[in-house]
Design a protein around this ligand. Sequence first.
Ligand SMILES: [Fe+2]
Length: 129
Amino acid sequence: MTIKLNHTIVHSHDPRASAEFLTSLFGLPAATRFGPFHVVQVDNEVSLDFLSGDGMEIPMQHYAFLVSESEFDEIFGRMQAGGVRYWADPGQKQEGEINHHFGGRGVYFEDPSGHLLEIITRPYGNWPG
Ligand SMILES: [Fe+2]
């Protein structure tokens, strides 16, 4: 099988601001432009293509990123320094906490358009032992 997710469109109130939020927080190269899109490339050949919602109501989507332990430290440090609100749970009840599911670390936060983002250091289902 050679089927890989290649890109997805992320509707945003302000696609440039949303792309910059993600690239600066994650320490990624600046977004590139492709037509109306602000394209953020991540490391597994997938891009998030931010596009203006043109005033439409933007339904919340969830995007989870697998990061290394050191990347988690860097990203989480930038979140704390930047005053980004975060939660240990997707229901956003446990504010100011992270989780330790699957023997790793995980945390949820919102992008400028209200999409729920997540960074994890272990994929779901990868229970130790
Ligand atoms: Fe998730």
